[in-house]
Ligand binder design. Structure first.
Ligand code: ARG
Ligand code: ZN
Length: 472
């Protein structure tokens, strides 16, 4: 898709370019997408972000968000312009201290044109001043900014950032974050990482959060509303910060009974996955009507609906497992979603076994038996499900079944070494299903191409269930 229409004036301007040194002729616009085939316009080409500093103000009564994003990045090609993914109203953009041109394009592109072209490898500081009412903005016909009776929440996958900060919105460009938001006294602002400070003046309270480890844009979260914040430390020494909407009604007790076990469950998961990768853990339960949970880094998003039938430690285990599988080790492209959801589901199976509610093998046998061969379930390839099936049950359940099949093939010793080794191997980075297969072959010393193909890449029910390991 071509976003820029060449206006007649631009041709006249182009002749002026002759005055610019010859090297500038090679400068070109950064691509409007980072190159993910599932989502061609997500992320952008031409630069790599290292830090987002967001200093914002939010008014719950009107859903108005305003402030400044300061983005630290480095160019990865000679650039005449570059895009950010963003939906709110921009009033000014600066690049390295100089005012830059900007315009909108496509569904969610903010096109920034610096006064002078940028050479490859240049550190850049991009300042974006903006404001807007996020709930009035949509792209592709949807919004993932969710208003609540007393505020709003940004937490969704694969897109949530467009509604609250300009970004290179793709998990392959991870960065650290400072998120500082002023809200009216009595309202709280919750985000990722550690709470660096709170300060109050003239009726507004500012909450300043810091995420000091690389974080994918979709794992950045912001919740605004009236929350009860609890703090503690796990036995293993991980600081925990949780937050509960003061308006959870009947779900309040079960939500707390589940999420307050975060420290205990982080420590338990560390036994399988190795040391917890971040310096804070926790979750928050806003008063939303959405039904899903999301592994927002260090501060998991839970819908109150997760707790409508009583306590639910299984969902807490799932989202905390993602802190290793998904958050510290992020997918390279959205097609690699099995590494996130298959392993988070498998962690739930391990927890079920720990609780005496069925072994991982029994759960695998159940999934295999409960979907007949003609069930559409088997047509979804967990290793490459396509953008419309990324979060289908098959990615989770068939995905976990594939992990049981892998375990049975390589034996428990290699399997548990793999489970713990992977988060170390790619800590704070990105990896693909192909990388996982290669690593599993390395750890086990076995060729696994056929097994991966059968369980992850064929749109049919595998002929035999994940056989029990007989001799390990
Ligand atoms: N990764 C989330 C989970 O753990 C799934 C989120 C799906 N997204 C959505 N908008 N429903 O299960
Ligand atoms: Zn998940």
């Amino acid at each position: 898709m071509h976003r820029r229409i060449i206006a007649p004036g631009a041709l006249a301007a182009a002749s002026l370019l002759l005055a610019i040194p010859a090297s500038a002729a090679s400068h070109s616009p950064g691509a409007p997408g980072i190159g993910d085939p599932y989502y061609p316009y997500y992320g952008n080409g031409g630069y790599d972000v290292s830090h987002y500093d967001l200093r914002l103000t939010y008014q719950p009564a009107t859903d108005e968000l305003a402030g400044t994003a300061t983005i630290s990045a480095r160019t990865t090609q000679d650039l005449s312009s570059f895009d950010l993914d963003f939906l709110l109203d921009v009033s000014e953009v600066q690049v390295n201290g100089a005012k830059a041109g900007f315009t909108t394009s496509g569904e969610h592109e903010l096109v920034v044109t610096p006064q002078r072209p940028l050479a490859k490898g240049t550190p850049i500081t991009v300042v974006v001043r903006y404001r807007g009412v996020p709930s009035t903005k949509s792209a592709y016909g949807f919004t993932t900014w969710h208003r609540t009776p007393d505020g709003a929440v940004a937490a969704d996958e694969p897109e949530a950032a467009w509604w609250w900060f300009p970004s290179n919105d793709h998990p392959s460009d991870k960065a650290t974050y400072d998120v500082s938001v002023a809200v009216p006294d009595g309202t709280q602002a919750i985000s990722n990482g550690t709470l660096q400070s709170t300060s109050s003046q003239r009726g507004w309270t500012r909450y300043s959060w810091r995420q000091n480890k690389p974080q994918a844009t979709y794992l950045a979260t912001l919740a605004l509303g009236k929350f009860d914040i609890t703090t503690g430390t796990s036995e293993g020494g991980v600081p925990v910060i949780n937050a509960y909407s003061k308006d959870l009604g009947d779900n309040d007790g079960a939500a707390r009974a589940s999420v307050e076990r975060t420290g205990e469950l982080v420590d338990w998961l560390s036994g399988y996955f190795g040391p917890y990768p971040f310096n804070s853990a926790g979750g928050y339960v806003p008063n939303t009507t959405t039904g899903y949970a999301l592994e927002t880094q260090t501060r998991v998003y839970y819908s109150p609906k997760q707790f409508a039938n009583g306590s639910n430690t299984s969902v807490v285990v799932h989202e905390l497992a993602h802190q290793w599988y998904g958050d510290s080790v992020s997918l390279k492209g959205w097609k690699d979603i099995w590494i996130n959801e298959g392993f988070a589901r498998y962690a739930q199976w391990l927890w079920s076994e720990h609780e005496g509610e069925g072994t991982t093998q029994e759960l695998a046998d159940y999934v295999y038996a409960s979907h007949p061969a003609d069930d559409a379930f088997w047509t979804v390839k967990p290793g490459d499900p396509g953008p419309d099936h990324q979060f289908d049950a098959a990615v989770y359940d068939r995905g976990a079944l594939a992990i049981q099949a892998l375990r049975n093939e390589i034996g428990d010793t290699a399997f548990f070494a793999l489970l713990k080794g992977w988060p170390q191997q790619h800590a704070y980075g990105n990896a693909s299903v192909a990388d996982f297969q290669k690593y599993a072959e390395q750890v086990s010393g076995k060729p696994l191409a056929a097994l991966f193909d059968t369980w992850l890449f064929q749109p049919v029910k595998p002929a035999a269930p994940a056989a029990r390991a007989a001799s390990f």
